[in-house]
Design a binder for this molecule. Structure first.
Ligand SMILES: NC(=O)c1ccc[n+]([C@@H]2O[C@H](COP(=O)([O-])OP(=O)(O)OC[C@H]3O[C@@H](n4cnc5c(N)ncnc54)[C@H](OP(=O)(O)O)[C@@H]3O)[C@@H](O)[C@H]2O)c1
Length: 244
């Protein structure tokens, strides 16, 4: 129970990696506020299994101006978060020269700017309390780029810059900021890819399989926990050796 008595906000908690992080945090004793653009269909059953330790926030992170005002009541209820996981993310893939500016901007808004707004909002309170851990969900694509994903790659590279800068600004006040860079993980996001793309990706993974959301959640748990007390400003790749 490495997160006993900790309070965490996890974005993109309804599905995939965010859901696995939420479930793992709950298992480790944390009280978790899960956030998504809408309630998951099984929310009632899900919360019933958590002895009141899961709370849900429906909030569209693409409406950047509404994040702070809509979060106020939840901040009050939680009385301060110990952990923020900026996990929510979207793709709108296309070749750069065919990409509409609005599709570039939307991906930047959800993946990067919303993470900044939440880190600033929750970070202010963490600074006052002189403790906190922030984990940003980047991607190997943010480290290496990917044709057809210039918007997504820019947002994930931006998260790495945000992570390292925030880490430098907040370390002296007891806050740690790190990023996780998953490779090819089995979730709705990758299930939406054409079969030939999935097969090509598999060829490039030395461990010869996709990662699971639970394997990413284990890395996030480590960075959120006191086991990582001396680690800040880092990017932890969880990619089956894709870029080793
Ligand atoms: N899967 C991979 O291979 C992989 C690899 C590298 C990095 N990642 C990153 O890991 C994170 C999670 O990926 P995943 O594969 O679990 O994705 P996913 O299954 O598509 O889930 C995305 C999550 O983000 C939430 N979300 C999307 N738009 C939102 C918005 N406007 N407001 C609030 N929430 C929003 C979704 O909630 P709603 O359902 O409510 O919209 C959902 O919970 C993402 O940041 C992704 O870029 C994934």
């Amino acid at each position: 129970m490495v997160l006993q008595d900790k309070k965490a906000l996890v974005t993109g908690a309804s599905r995939g990696i965010g859901r696995a992080i939420t479930d793992r945090f709950l298992l480790e004793g944390a009280e978790v506020w899960g956030l998504g653009s809408r309630e998951p269909a099984d929310l009632e059953a899900w919360t019933a299994r958590t002895s009141g330790k899961l709370h849900w926030i429906s909030l569209d992170l693409s409406s950047l101006d509404t994040i702070e005002p809509l979060m106020q009541e939840h901040l009050k209820a939680a009385q301060g978060f110990d952990i923020l996981v900026n996990n929510a993310g979207i793709t709108k893939d296309n070749l750069a020269f065919r990409m509409r500016l609005e599709d570039f901007q939307k991906v930047l808004d959800v993946n990067l700017s919303a993470a900044f707004v939440l880190a600033r909002l929750l970070g202010r309170d963490m600074l006052r309390r002189r403790k906190g851990a922030i984990i940003n969900m980047s991607s190997v694509v943010g480290l290496h780029g990917n044709g057809g994903q210039s918007n997504y790659a820019a947002s994930k590279a931006g998260l790495i810059g945000l992570t390292k800068s925030l880490a430098q600004e907040t370390a002296s006040r007891g806050i740690r900021v790190n990023a996780v860079a998953p490779g090819f993980i089995d979730s709705d996001m990758t299930r939406a890819l054409p079969e030939e793309v999935r097969e090509k990706m598999l060829d490039r993974i030395p461990l010869k399989r996709l990662g699971s959301p639970e394997e990413v959640a284990a890395a996030v748990l480590f960075l959120a926990s006191d086991a990582a007390a001396y680690i800040t400003g880092q990017v932890l790749a969880v990619d089956g050796g894709m870029f080793c």
